[in-house]
Design a protein around this ligand. Structure first.
Ligand code: ADP
Length: 302
């Protein structure tokens, strides 16, 4: 069983010919309202991959939050430990997507910002019934820390997706079984800019030396770089016609967690997650783009 602790947002997306520059107004856009937030996206990705999934997050007492929670319920995600903030609005992300599939995002975290360490403590007996914790950095860092500490205390496997890019305190690294940063996030955490193979190896080595057990750097269309005590390899991405990469990283993390909870070997799990994330880039939006297990299996067999 997988528990995702993190954010839930409603994405307000405008797909326009290009991303407007400051002060510019562009006509010709197309609007979509899509359920998002890295935490909720990863929970949905895990559920659609066939996992048993719970989600802890915080919404406001409003329509957008209620709709977001209902969406998770429809995916058979256990939302019994979600919290409601009576005074702040539910999280919203304003997203521009260009015709090339590039995006530009501004997030108003709202209730996500008040998910507290006390909330995590309050859910400790619920958390300990799971095997894997998956967290991101879209909720406050003290909350992320508490989630990791509680999970470790009860022997859950801890997977951290340090997104959006943020620093981790040194004492947390040894508690992490897998860290999954993209290239930007890797640079922010290690101070090493990923320009070539050597810089990637150095960045991964730094994280391993700090006590992380497995480093997976996602490389977009190039796939994933994996380094741990035994392995040092790139698992290539699937060839797809990418249209909108929103939630590709989230889909990867959710799908990977399920593959690992099914006792797949790490390399196989990465391959499955690459397929799932690759497929997600072929559709618009966050949760609208996340594929189901059957689509992923069919795609991998082709
Ligand atoms: P993020 O979206 O978090 O920045 P990446 O861009 O590294 O993360 O993408 C995460 C994963 O999604 C990649 O490791 C890969 O599996 C898949 N992916 C992303 N972009 C593409 C693409 N253009 N073609 C195939 N797979 C992709």
């Amino acid at each position: 069983k997988i528990i995702v602790i993190g954010s839930s947002n409603t994405d307000m997306v405008v797909k326009s010919p290009r991303i407007p520059a400051p002060g510019e107004t562009i006509l010709g856009g197309k609007f979509m309202q899509v359920a998002g937030g890295k935490g909720a996206n990863q929970a949905v990705a895990a559920a659609r991959s066939g996992g048993l999934v719970s989600f802890i997050g915080k919404i406001g007492n409003d329509t957008l939050g209620n709709e977001a929670k209902k969406g998770l319920d429809r995916e058979n995600i256990d939302t019994s430990n979600m919290y409601v903030d009576p005074t702040n609005p539910s999280g919203v992300a304003l997203i521009f997507v260009s015709e090339e599939g590039e995006n530009s995002i501004s997030v108003a975290s709202g209730a996500n910002d008040t998910l507290s360490p006390e909330d995590i403590t309050h859910s400790e007996s619920f958390i300990k019934e799971h095997d894997i914790l998956l967290v991101q950095f879209e909720t406050p860092m003290p909350t992320v820390r508490k989630a990791i500490e509680v999970a470790k205390k009860h022997q859950l496997k801890v997977i951290v997706n340090p997104a959006p890019a943020g620093q981790l305190q040194e004492d947390l690294f040894p508690l992490i079984d897998l860290i999954i940063p993209n290239e930007t996030e890797t640079e922010l955490i290690t101070g090493i800019k990923i320009t070539d193979h050597e810089s990637m190896v150095n960045a991964a080595d730094q994280l391993l030396a700090k006590g992380v057990k497995n480093v997976l750097i996602t490389l977009g269309s190039k796939g994933v770089y994996l380094k741990n005590e035994e392995m040092d390899t790139i698992v290539p991405a699937y060839k797809v016609n990418a249209k909108d990469t929103t939630a590709a990283g989230d889909t990867f993390c959710g799908a990977l967690s399920v593959a690992l909870s099914n006792d797949q070997l790490l390399l196989e799990a990465i391959e499955t997650a690459n397929a799932s994330a690759g497929l997600s880039t072929q559709k618009d939006g966050a949760q609208t783009s996340i594929p189901y297990q059957k689509e992923v299996i069919d795609f991998m067999e082709k």
